[in-house]
Design a protein around this ligand. Structure first.
Ligand code: SAM
Length: 295
């Protein structure tokens, strides 16, 4: 398709940055991937076919975008940094199936953009090397979005990946694990050393694949309320579930009695710490407290 080496090689990345007098902006989480093998493994983890449409968050100078363009039907990239637009116009010029929009992903109206840019008949995936300073808000926004992604395959700090994937009773298990796992299967596809980036980040990274669960079991009566409740339960992670529940609902004697009855009915011990509860127990608690008019 073009005579240049791949964008993601260390020499070409450095040459592009030099030519445009750019240095990576730490404040925007700019760490460019320069290992072609890893980019190919990301594309593989996303199981991309020519039928798939892709949303990429933060194309940077286009290293991953190029590999996505080669594998997918259409790619739409959201890049916040205006200074990268001329770079992307040049590096991605050989690919007519890529479009870049200069928007903050956290402010974008995804349903509207997706409807205007993509045909609904194509499966839609998110594939990205995320800006690490906003990993959690991006993942939460994507999952709260009404747009149905068939997979979200994203690179993030290993530590956040471990939280997404954590099992009850383990240290990284927290509100993020519960909220994400309630709707999604979580797989850590592979980990990536710092040395694969220019400039190198301070931490190691991992590729996480989220796919919507086919069978979610009992669902919360209201997703937003569930998210708020779970966050409240983990507000003071070192305190017991009981104390966190009093923090949410207050210490009124009637309320205390209602909480105790609900816990007893569900067979959950008040002395447990929040990290000992399974996802389905958080759902059951949300729904039971809703039935009791507490939520
Ligand atoms: N995709 C490139 C790669 O893999 O080499 C760059 C990834 S870099 C870790 C993250 C990218 O996200 C940067 O290009 C940065 O400018 C962009 N970015 C940061 N915050 C953003 C936001 N709120 N919305 C869209 N893009 C953002």
């Amino acid at each position: 398709m073009n005579d240049y080496p791949e964008i993601a090689s260390p020499t070409r990345t450095q040459a592009i940055l030099n030519r445009y007098h750019l240095s990576a902006k730490k404040s925007l989480g700019q760490n460019f991937l320069t290992d072609l093998n890893i980019l190919k493994k990301i594309v593989e983890a996303a199981d991309l076919t020519r039928n798939d449409n892709v949303i990429e968050i933060g194309p940077g100078i286009g290293g991953l975008t190029e590999q996505l363009a080669k594998a997918a039907n259409r790619v739409l990239g959201f890049e916040i940094d205006q200074n990268l637009l001329p770079v992307l116009a040049e590096t991605l010029a050989p690919y007519d199936n890529v479009e870049i929009v200069n928007q903050d992903i956290l402010k974008a109206n995804l349903p509207e953009i997706v409807e205007s840019k993509f045909k609904a008949s194509h499966p839609l995936k998110v594939v990205a090397n995320l800006p690490y300073y906003i990993t959690t808000p991006i993942v939460m926004d994507l999952l709260a979005n009404p747009v149905a992604f068939v997979a979200i395959v994203v690179m993030m700090q290993k530590e956040v990946a471990d939280r997404l994937d954590a099992k009850p009773g383990t240290k990284p298990y927290g509100s993020l694990s519960v909220i994400v796992q309630q709707q999604n299967n979580v797989d850590i596809a592979f980990t990536v050393p710092k040395t694969a980036f220019i400039p190198q980040p301070k931490v190691d990274s991992a590729i996480v694949k989220l796919t919507p669960k086919k069978n979610m079991g009992v669902e919360p009566f209201d997703r937003k309320k569930f998210v708020g409740f779970v966050r409240g339960c983990f507000m003071h992670q070192r305190k017991t579930l009981w104390n966190n529940l009093l923090g949410i609902f207050g210490k009124d004697a009637d309320v205390k009695e209602q909480i105790q009855t609900t816990l007893d009915q569900l067979g959950i011990r008040a002395a447990n710490r929040p990290e000992q509860l399974r996802v389905d127990q958080f759902v059951a608690l949300t729904n039971a407290f809703h039935e009791g008019d507490l939520i």
